[in-house]
Design a protein around this ligand. Structure first.
Ligand SMILES: [Zn+2]
Ligand SMILES: [Zn+2]
Length: 252
């Protein structure tokens, strides 16, 4: 099969590799139908992910069809359409049981797919701990609609959830890329009093203003004064930093 591979810093290439096989009873093999490119893939390419292993297939957000499952996998079966979670987790350790699956203490835990083991920018992927790593896609949802479930949408949902947003809050979201927009949608589910989006790209601001006309928009340069003017308690009550740039953390 073809697999997009991390060769060395600055270099990815499309290589021919053997189709992955089950290696543990908790594994599943998934035939990929769609995969996305994440900024984290670029971080691997630029050498800023020290744990990334040279030679691995990149890609950690994908959907597909289950081909094969190990003897201990009970949640999915061959033929199921599934989303693949970016995080691999056991579901049983202290952190998993408290919902902090990204801190899973299993040797497979954390960001494994497309970083420490072969990921999904390929025709097939082996997913460890498949009962936790795969979710079935309902009939009414297309592969394309489900593509962001494993990483981008999950990130936005989690960000909105841990922000403990109430209906009295002014929420500032810094960054309106794909993850920023998913964070915005999940913030909207909480019905805060106002939402301000700070984004430097005019194109992205236009997208937000077209699709979410109730959202207030500002730019990094004007952000502080704008938020002061449009908040009730001397600043935003909740801030979600979804840009990941050097200067957006101090801004938040
Ligand atoms: Zn990602
Ligand atoms: Zn765990």
């Amino acid at each position: 099969m073809k697999a997009y591979t991390f060769i060395e810093e600055g270099k990815f290439a499309l290589l021919k590799k053997a189709k992955p096989e089950l290696s543990e009873p908790t594994d599943a093999i998934v035939r990929i139908t769609l995969g996305s490119i994440c900024t984290s893939d670029l971080h691997i390419k630029h050498g800023s992910v020290p744990r990334a292993v040279k030679g691995i297939t990149v890609g950690h957000e994908m959907v597909g069809v289950v081909e094969q499952v190990g003897a201990e996998v009970t949640k999915v079966k061959p033929g199921d359409r599934v989303t693949v979670n970016v995080e691999t987790f056991c579901g049983e350790c202290y952190f998993c049981k408290h919902g902090y699956v990204n801190n899973c203490t299993s040797p497979h835990g954390g960001w494994a797919l497309g970083c420490r083991i072969d990921g999904g920018q390929a025709e097939y992927v082996r997913v460890p701990l498949a009962d936790q790593g795969l979710d079935r896609i309902p009939e009414s949802v297309t592969d394309e609609q489900a593509l962001f479930v494993g990483d981008v949408l999950a990130t936005g949902y989690w960000a909105a959830r841990i922000s403990e947003i109430t209906e009295e809050d002014t929420v500032l979201i810094i960054g309106a890329g794909p993850t920023g927009v998913c964070s915005l949608l999940c913030t909207m589910l909480r019905n805060p009093k106002r939402i301000i989006v700070c984004e430097k790209s005019a194109e992205r601001r236009a997208f937000v203003s077209k699709h979410y006309p109730d959202v207030l928009l500002t730019t990094p340069e004007e952000c502080e004064a704008f938020v002061m003017e449009h908040s009730d308690h001397g600043g935003a009550d909740r801030v979600l930093e979804v840009a990941g740039a050097k200067d957006t953390f101090p801004l938040a």
